[in-house]
Structure formats: C-alpha cells, structure tokens
Design a protein around this ligand. Structure first.
Ligand SMILES: Nc1ncnc2c1ncn2[C@@H]1O[C@H](COP(=O)(O)OP(=O)(O)OP(=O)(O)O)[C@@H](O)[C@H]1O
Ligand SMILES: [Mg+2]
Length: 387
C-alpha cells in the first residue's frame, strides 16, 4: 500500500494534467532520484496506476547496467499500445511497425560507427525516426480517446554507469542511445503541441550527473529528490495496511516500530512484516508494544542481511573507506576529514568514493561531503569485528 509523497505526487499529477487537458507534452524529462530502498519504484508504480486510471497508455522500462536502452523503450511502448488495443487501426499499426524496423537497423548501424568524442551529435536520421515513432504512438492513443502516452524509465542511471571505479567511461553504445533519447525528449518538448506524451525516469542519486555527462541537456531536465519518510508517513506505512484488514496498532507499538526504521521505507517494510509475523493478528485484532519487542530479533536479522549484501560487494579498500566513515560517526562526513583519518590525500579517495556511490552505499551530500545512504549502516560497520 502506497503512503505519503504528497508533494511529489502533486508535482507529477500537475505534469500529467497538461497532457490530459491540452494533449501536449508534459514538459522536460522529470527524474525521481534517491538511494536504494527509498521508494523510487514505488512512486513510479503509483504514477503508473494513477495515469492508467486517467486514460494514459503506460509503458514501463527498466534500465539495465551498461546496456543500450532504446530498443527496450520502443518495445515497451509498442507492447503497451498493443495491450491497450491502440494498434487496431491498420495504418497506425503499419507505421509503428515500420519505425520499429528502421530503428532496429538504424540505431544498430549508427551505434557500430560510434566514436566517443561525438556523443552529443546525434545523427539526424535515428533522432528523426525516434521522434516520429513517439509522435505516431502518442497521437494514436489520443485518437482512440485516451489521454496520451506515459513512458516510465526506472533505473535510468544503469545504462550509463561507469565501467569501473578506475575507468569512469560509460559503455559507448549505451551512452549514445541515452544521449539520443535525451535529445529527442528535448526536441519534442520544444514542439510540445505535437506530442501528447510524458517521460518520467527514476534512478540513484548520481543519475543527473551521469545524464549530464552523456548529453548536453542539463538544465532541461527536472529532478525530484526523494527524502526519508517523516514521522506521520512512517506511521501510516505501518497502520494503513493493517487498518485495511481491521487490525489496529496501539500507539506505543507504532512509536517503537517507527523509531527502529528511522524513516527509511525499506526498513519500515521489514519492521512491519516482522511485527506482523510476531503478532499474527486476527481480523479486528491489535498489535501491541510486546509484539514489537518480540519481533526485534527477526527485524535486526533482516536489516543486517540488507547491510551485509552491501558490505559484501565492497572491495578491501572500499571497506577501509566505509570503516573510517563509520568511525567519524557524523551524519555528513567531510572528504578532508576522511582523508586525514585514512592518512591519504583527498585525491586518493576519488576511486573508492566513486565506486561506493555507484554501488549505492554512500551518496554526495554537498560539495566535498558525503553520507551513508541507509540509516543504521554506520552502526553496522562499527559493530563488525575488524577484519
Ligand atoms: N510510498 C510508499 N508507501 C509504502 N511503502 C513504500 C513506499 N515507498 C517505498 N515503500 C516500501 O519500501 C520498499 C522499497 O521501495 P522501492 O523498491 O520503491 O525503492 P527504490 O528506491 O526503488 O529502491 P531501489 O533503488 O533498490 O530500486 C518497498 O518494497 C515498499 O515496501
Ligand atoms: Mg527501484
């Protein structure tokens, strides 16, 4: 069950309202960003449900690490059009199929000739075909009485992820296709009355930086940064799903459970299910503070599994980095303090820092500063035996 995010939902709804009302593009690319487990996919799903109810045809794509994305986008759009029976009209169908064929060869051919220096100069042919595809697809929805086309791209950072911490270059084909897509979105927005369409992405905090590196579109994209849940939303995340089954959380039980999750949506999900299993409430039953206490071991164990999976992917140098950060034990850690503690120069931190950001374990927190993405990770690292 989806709770909170009122401001973000309102912002997204306003964008889609423009497509519904005027049949024109919703605006520049909108990207929801946040660390792992903060609720990006959940928010996109909520947008998808809302939009489908409002008459949109919704295409969902998930970016894959260092893999070109365009074909997935086109296939997902075509699939969504098929399911919504928008392609029943033979002329529309044959045009869509024709673009698919052209792009299948066109993008592949261009990609093969790709040179890293020219990422921003998208060849006009493919760009033109992709635009024409979106124009036909989105207007076909409109002609069938729908609101428009909504394209949702989750894990938008993944295709342009750096090769490794030492080599920050993206996969050339994947980067080329992201650049092409961004250019097309920007062009469409400049002629918005032709495109009853919205494109919304989601990705890790580094997404905007990676996109800006892939294409010079910068200021033309908007970012919605997700934060942890506030107290009230955290409470709702626990009490609302229970209430639907007639189960009531006692006030002190909610307070204790909410505290252990520190506003982190994924931890709320874990504490919620651990308490539920400890309580096994009947319909119209109650969840008490004793149930929360009884579930504590199961909760700790699952949270620690979540931390372990992150710790396991860190290299020895990265673990030293994380340990030093944990020992400093501040909400935000200055790069210089970290360098001092490790006895290295600030520059020498670049490689592990970038890698840990790519892995979603830490995030930038203003210039020269960083923090752990999940609350409690610092304590987990401090509690470990040094190895
Ligand atoms: N608004 C919400 N209401 C209720 N539960 C939520 C909400 N947002 C997130 N959650 C819970 O937190 C969990 C993690 O959320 P989600 O998968 O959306 O995060 P994410 O940011 O997409 O993470 P990742 O980067 O790993 O893909 C979900 O399984 C869900 O249980
Ligand atoms: Mg997700």
């Amino acid at each position: 069950m989806f709770v909170g995010r009122d401001a973000e939902r309102a912002q997204l709804r306003d964008r889609l309202a423009r497509v519904i009302a005027f049949g024109e593009m919703a605006g520049p690319l909108l990207v929801v960003t946040g660390p792992r487990g903060l609720g990006k996919t959940s928010l996109l799903r909520d947008v998808a449900d809302q939009a489908a109810a409002d008459g949109f045809v919704v295409a969902w794509v998930s970016g894959v690490k260092r893999r070109p994305i365009l074909r997935d986008v086109l296939q997902s759009v075509t699939g969504a059009l098929e399911r919504a029976d928008v392609l029943a009209e033979p002329r529309t169908r044959s045009r869509i199929k024709e673009y698919e064929v052209q792009l299948h060869f066109g993008v592949g051919r261009v990609g093969a000739k790709f040179e890293p220096q020219s990422t921003t100069d998208a060849p006009p042919l493919s760009q033109y075909v992709v635009e024409a595809f979106f124009e036909t697809a989105s207007n076909a929805v409109r002609e069938r009485g729908g609101a428009g086309l909504l394209v949702l791209i989750d894990e938008l950072h993944a295709p342009v992820e750096p090769r490794s911490a030492r080599d920050s270059t993206a996969d050339p084909e994947a980067q080329y296709e992201i650049a092409l897509l961004l250019n097309v979105i920007q062009n469409m927005d400049a002629q918005r009355e032709r495109f009853p369409l919205a494109v919304i992405g989601a990705g890790l905090p580094q997404t905007m930086g990676l996109l800006t590196r892939a294409a010079t579109f910068g200021e033309r994209a908007h970012e919605i940064i997700l934060a942890e849940f506030d107290e009230r939303t955290s409470q709702e995340a626990l009490t609302e799903p229970a209430a639907q089954l007639g189960v009531r959380w006692e006030p002190d039980a909610v307070i204790n459970a909410v505290e252990s999750a520190a506003g982190y949506p994924q931890a709320l999900q874990i504490v919620g299910s651990a308490v539920w299993e400890a309580a096994r409430p009947e319909r119209d039953g109650r969840i008490t503070a004793e149930h929360v206490v009884a579930s504590a071991a199961a909760f700790e164990q699952r949270v620690s599994t979540m931390f372990h999976t992150r710790w396991d992917v860190a290299s020895p140098a990265e673990r030293a980095f994380l340990r030093a950060m944990a020992e400093i034990d501040e909400p935000v850690v200055h790069r210089r303090d970290l360098a001092d503690r490790l006895g290295v120069t600030s520059d020498e931190l670049s490689v592990p820092r970038r890698s840990l950001i790519t892995k979603g374990i830490i995030e930038a927190a203003g210039h020269g500063k960083m923090r752990f993405t999940i609350p409690g990770f610092g304590a987990f690292v401090r509690d470990r035996d040094s190895e």
